[in-house]
Design a protein around this ligand. Sequence first.
Ligand code: SAM
Length: 258
Amino acid sequence: MNSVYFIGAGPGDPQLLTLQGAAALQQAATVYLPTPFDQTFAEQLHGKEVLFPFDYDYQQLIELIEQQLVATPVAFLIPGDLTFYSPFQGLIDHFADRSVVLAGVGVANAAAARLKRTLDLPSVCNRTLIVSPKTLDNSADSPALEELAAPGVSMLIYMNNLPLAELAAKLRRGYGKDVPIALLHRLGLSGEEVVQGTLDTIVSACNGRDYFYLDDPTKKPALTLVIVGETLQETVDGSWWDYRRKTMWEQRKKAEGR
Ligand SMILES: C[S@@+](CC[C@H](N)C(=O)[O-])C[C@H]1O[C@@H](n2cnc3c(N)ncnc32)[C@H](O)[C@@H]1O
């Protein structure tokens, strides 16, 4: 019996596909994907039937996949990874035991690597929140963005739908001070850009450029992730390393008899 593979495909660069994902993709003769994966994965997709899942309504899609599964495994390339903000759960649940979900490099992982920053720096940041103003707006009893922003919080903001000045002002109210912010646009894709500043400077750092395509009549998805938090501009000396070594690693070494 063939399976439907939901492959965490990373931000867009095929070099960030896992070995497991590459093997599953190779087996499937039919692949569903959103743009721009049709272009960036062109080499891996050569000779395969490539379809766009959002061209079909749910029931049509299920029926089509059922027909395709008779002949071949079917693959979905999931931007980033299933963990956050993925629309595929209904399909995964429908195919149940025939669904195989493969972990991938989330955009958050690629962004932290690009910035060379860990997001939970001890004594600087003690929690990381993943949010989208768009989904917060979906229910009336959700907390407002400014209630979630606070000193010590690293915040990853997906699918921003607020004008940048408004977003920065809300965050400024929550943090109660000026805090570093980075916009990561088209990570791992052509035209990749990273704009860094603080809540007070980010609007002018963007120079009038709208990285969220808010006024774009085509409504094309803006591949821009926002990261905010004190960790982005901290420098780290060796004291935390030495503290951990003394309080944990040396004792572990002793317990292991090394
Ligand atoms: C529907 S969510 C998908 C998130 C994805 N499932 C993940 O695990 O990273 C789409 C949002 O992810 C972010 N995103 C996706 N691809 C990106 C990329 N290549 N560069 C920057 N941000 C990206 C943007 O904030 C975009 O609005």
